[in-house]
Design a protein around this ligand. Structure first.
Ligand SMILES: *[C@@H]1O[C@H](CO)[C@@H](O)[C@H](O)[C@H]1NC(C)=O
Ligand SMILES: *[C@@H]1O[C@H](CO)[C@@H](O)[C@H](O)[C@H]1NC(C)=O
Ligand SMILES: *[C@@H]1O[C@H](CO)[C@@H](O)[C@H](O)[C@H]1NC(C)=O
Ligand SMILES: *[C@@H]1O[C@H](CO)[C@@H](O)[C@H](O)[C@H]1NC(C)=O
Ligand SMILES: *[C@@H]1O[C@H](CO)[C@@H](O)[C@H](O)[C@H]1NC(C)=O
Ligand SMILES: *[C@@H]1O[C@H](CO)[C@@H](O)[C@H](O)[C@H]1NC(C)=O
Ligand SMILES: *[C@@H]1O[C@H](CO)[C@@H](O)[C@H](O)[C@H]1NC(C)=O
Ligand SMILES: *[C@@H]1O[C@H](CO)[C@@H](O)[C@H](O)[C@H]1NC(C)=O
Ligand SMILES: *[C@@H]1O[C@H](CO)[C@@H](O)[C@H](O)[C@H]1NC(C)=O
Length: 445
């Protein structure tokens, strides 16, 4: 049956139903609305039947409707869906209201090309104005993928693969996307990925997978702008949030993170690529039992910049590396990706304010920057991190410059900015060439 003949209530009936049932959610219920249910498209929802085509048909119907469309994934059911691409543009705004469960096939062998690596499970492309909400669950059931990963800590078999597992929920070239109030769990690789998207919200999410699951990043932001990640609880085997590519205006607030690998800007510049990450602001983060707290990581020989970042109001508990900048020991001997000598992704204009708590290792602060492009304009203000057992922690600086203000424990090891200026034009350019800041402590490593 063609999707159009199944399209449930006509617009007028839609208005009545919405007004009665969803009044609180839709105070401005004036435009025509269309309500669809996945079950109307032949979905079974028993966790066994293949509901992929039903989802494809429901999406086509929703996408073709000129009204605001609500597509419901009913509660207390489990819809088994194989990898699928849901493409835009669509005529109007769509709300995908997920109350039940959407689950992936468990065995990589059931995937096209025997799970030949990479790719994604639920793939949205070129879509604008889409909201996913509804309190339901998107479950990647990734156990079998993790078991065959060579990165699996415990269960790596002799026939492990280095192929990348699929991303669970991936939005590519999208804008106006909100993912809110649902659970994402056990993804094959990263749970929620945005690539070249703008005006994104990822709020009120619960994202979980086991601590020993490889590569299960919570939210992965790639070359996207205007991204809000707020009020989320994330515990996975990899980064809670990672930001790479050419990303700008990313805001994190009120995130509970851990266990996992913490919050990561990067790795940037791998294989001599160009990345530019800037205007990143994070506050009200609770990070516990993670590998890193807030980390900026770049690779040798890369190009681009990581700058204008603010990390504030963070409480760390038992975090192995609470504050890290890691430029992977970039040296001026590296052949750079660009034409200039000794390039590295430049790192600077980063402030750390009101960060307290405990480090699981002795070194609470690591600024390991490159000779080719020293880190500049770093700022530590009201930072107090001790070891989990109460002992003093330490800070390490290598080619790192900036200032400290107020209480800074362990003592700052940042070099003064004017030291950098004296090094001549090359270093000054690497430092951004701007005005110098005073008040830094003077023990360069
Ligand atoms: C499930 O249905 C989709 C869409 O019809 C199809 O592409 C896929 O191969 C099916 N999967 C299996 C295992 O039959
Ligand atoms: C590892 O293998 C054991 C035993 O086969 C199993 O109980 C456990 O869930 C596996 N862990 C992961 C992360 O797959
Ligand atoms: C590993 O791969 C080899 C060759 O493909 C195959 O013969 C063998 O059965 C595999 N072992 C396991 C444990 O899957
Ligand atoms: C970032 O943008 C630059 C210039 O527009 C481009 O060359 C580069 O490939 C982009 N990087 C990534 C990771 O997309
Ligand atoms: C970088 O290059 C190595 C070796 O060619 C490759 O294995 C790796 O996947 C590449 N990484 C990226 C991010 O492209
Ligand atoms: C950088 O690498 C060189 C050579 O591998 C090593 O001697 C040096 O200690 C490293 N520096 C840092 C800061 O890791
Ligand atoms: C590039 O490196 C070489 C060798 O280290 C040096 O002689 C030359 O001056 C450098 N060029 C620039 C533009 O920095
Ligand atoms: C830093 O925090 C520790 C543990 O909470 C506390 O005992 C200590 O007084 C604080 N130091 C400063 C200088 O505030
Ligand atoms: C810990 O740091 C404080 C403040 O810097 C210092 O007074 C104290 O002696 C240190 N304790 C040890 C055991 O190093």
């Amino acid at each position: 049956m063609p999707p159009s003949s199944r399209m449930a209530p006509p617009p007028l009936a839609g208005v009545v139903v919405v007004a009665a049932a969803l009044l609180l959610l839709l105070p401005e219920a004036a435009e025509p609305r269309t309500l669809l249910s996945l079950d109307d498209f032949g979905a079974v929802g028993d966790g066994v039947a293949n509901d992929t085509q039903a989802l494809v048909d429901a999406w086509s119907a929703a996408c073709a409707t000129g009204d605001h469309t609500f597509l419901h994934v009913p509660a207390a059911k489990s819809y088994l869906v194989w990898p699928v691409t849901l493409a835009g543009p669509c005529r109007e705004e769509i709300k995908l209201f997920i109350s039940g469960n959407i689950v992936a096939p468990e065995s990589p062998d059931e995937w096209p090309e025997g799970g030949g690596g990479g790719g994604e499970w639920l793939h949205f492309v070129g879509v604008s104005d889409l909201t996913l909400s509804g309190g339901g669950v998107i479950d990647g059931r990734g156990h079998r993928w993790w078991a065959r990963s060579c990165k699996a800590k415990h269960n790596a078999t002799e026939n492990c693969t280095t192929q990348i597992a699929p991303k669970a929920l991936h939005f590519e070239d999208c804008q106006g996307i909100s993912v809110m109030g649902i659970t994402l769990q056990n993804s094959q690789e990263s749970h929620l990925t945005f690539t070249r998207c703008s005006h994104v919200k990822a709020n009120y999410l619960r994202i979980t997978s086991p601590e020993d699951s490889p590569d299960t990043t919570g939210v992965h932001v790639v070359s996207s702008r205007n991204v809000h990640i707020m009020d989320d609880s994330i515990s996975t085997g990899h980064d809670c949030v990672s930001i790479v590519g050419n990303s700008t205006d990313v805001r994190l607030r009120a995130i509970s993170c851990g266990p996992g690998h913490g919050i990561s800007i990067g790795g940037l510049g791998e294989n001599r690529s160009y990345h530019r990450v800037e205007k990143i602001k994070m506050d009200t983060l609770f990070i516990s039992n993670t590998e890193n707290g807030v980390r900026v990581k770049t690779f040798q020989g890369g190009c681009g910049t990581a700058r204008k970042m603010k990390f504030g109001d963070i409480l760390m508990k038992n975090v192995k590396n609470p504050i890290v900048i890691d430029q992977q020991n970039s040296s001026s001997n590296e052949i750079p990706c660009g034409s200039k000598n000794g390039s590295a992704v430049t790192v600077g204009e980063i402030s750390y304010t009101d960060i307290t708590g405990t480090s699981a290792s002795e070194r609470a602060v690591t600024f390991a920057c490159s000779e080719a492009a020293p880190c500049s304009k770093l700022s530590l203000e009201n930072v107090n991190i001790t070891m989990a057992g109460g002992q003093n922690a330490s800070a390490y600086c290598h080619h790192a410059f900036g200032k400290s203000v107020g209480v800074v424990v362990p003592d700052s090891c940042l070099g003064k900015e004017d030291y950098l200026r004296r090094q001549g034009p090359a270093s000054a350019a690497a430092a951004g060439g701007g005005t110098q800041e005073k008040g830094g402590e003077d023990d360069d490593r």
